[in-house]
Design a protein around this ligand. Sequence first.
Ligand code: NG1
Ligand code: ZN
Length: 524
Amino acid sequence: TRTGNTDHLGNHKPIDPPETRFSYGTAGFREHSDRMSFIAHRVGYLASLRARTSGKAIGVMITASHNPEYDNGVKIIDPNGEMLAEEWEDHATQLINAKDDEFATGVRALETELNDPPVGSPSSIVLVGRDTRASGVHLTEAVQEGVGIFRTQFKDCGLLTTPQLHFLVHAYNNLPGGPPTEQDYYNHFSSYFKDLYDRLSPTKKYTTKLHIDCANGIGAPKMRNLAAKLPADALSIQFHNEQGQLNHKCGADFVKISREAPAGFEAVVANERCAVFDGDADRLVYFYKKDNGQIELLDGDKIALLIAKFYKDHLAELKMDDISFAIVQTAYANGNSSKYMKEELSVTPKFVPTGVKHLHHEASKYDCAIYFEANGHGTVTFSDKFFDTLDKRPEEAAIRLRLMSRVINKVVGDAMSDLLAVELILRHYDWTVQDWAAMYEDAPSKQIKVPVMDRSRFRTTKDETSLVVPADLQDDINFLLEKRDGARAFVRPSGTENIVRVYAEAYSQKDADELATEIEEAVK
Ligand code: NG1
Ligand code: ZN
């Protein structure tokens, strides 16, 4: 029959107590890797269904990003290389929560709802990639079995950064030529980097020396591959944290939350430029050590502003007034970054809920939009009109802008391509990392992760800046805020970890720390 043999649907049994509800969160499904096998299996099936309905290549990325090595996760990448469409998140949540004996019925119901998409179309394929987590190997097999239920083609792309898989899926469906390879990724970004690099003037202040913290993850080998293709004198990279325990005391999330230099940077001297990836290399932040031993953090907001300045300056020089331009942020964005956007760049940022899909969706409404989460995940999106307009312009500024827009991975935030963009922009302005940091001073802020038994107890308003449930907790927060003029704080359940996040901003660091701690106490 069309639906084939469903006997082996139960191969990967849910091992959780039935009351656990999984939801396709800010980054797909993420759990302790011991609990992931049946999820990976079902997501494999779902990805194959998505491939069949679209007749295209679909991606499944196996990663838990900045979370510990023992966690893992799966997320589906849509045909254009972007995040999974929202209605499919609902299908996913439903299927993952089906009890073992309900799964086959759920599958048949979904196939019927989707008008029985054809089996065996040669253009339908599921591409799977994974980060360096040991559990990724058997989860790849689980995905493969799920994909195989209705004999959809499957390709194991092996170890990749998350953005590399997004790039491959996009290239598979949108670019001419045979199936794309990892080499195409390096060729693409290194060649546009070189073209722009060749056009920039010699620098006096910008230095090529750059430290990179690879978070002991997949970014290490992949950045080495990319760096090998860059012009020899463009960047002198010193790699750190390539082999140790994944994300442990290093990586973008650690540096952003703790505001400490990662392990392995003890010997790095003050004022040198340091870039930091997360475990699957889709987040990027920078920092440098100050003379007092503390670090100056340049987070996603600072990266957004640097890129925004470059775009605004070029669009203004070219008088491209009919190009709509936006910057998209979340509630975690530092207040002073938003202020700088308004006052110095004359752009009022758009605010959306946490999660890349929300930022990307909003950004896609404009001809050119920059979105970044404060944690370092972000990119720039472009419309066809943007490129069509630029293609007709012979000026040097137009060429620079076009090349920069190819150095950026437009389908998803990408630590490696964002790093290339940042380095080219610093070179263009002949800035040191200190010049960049001085664009604005961060408002003092503090983020705390509070472990909770059941994070679904916490529900926020749509903009995530206040709690609907528990209401008395929000009353407590309001009371604490009243005592501090100009402070801002909110609590929100994480979509990726069993924690709630407390975020506080105030006039002084002491106030921000105290406020966050008092709220933490109230949450507990
Ligand atoms: P959660 O755990 O839902 O806050 C975190 C990040 C998101 C996004 C996802 C995906 C913060 C405050 N939240 O989501 O921005 O990056 O992870 O990895 O940084
Ligand atoms: Zn990540």
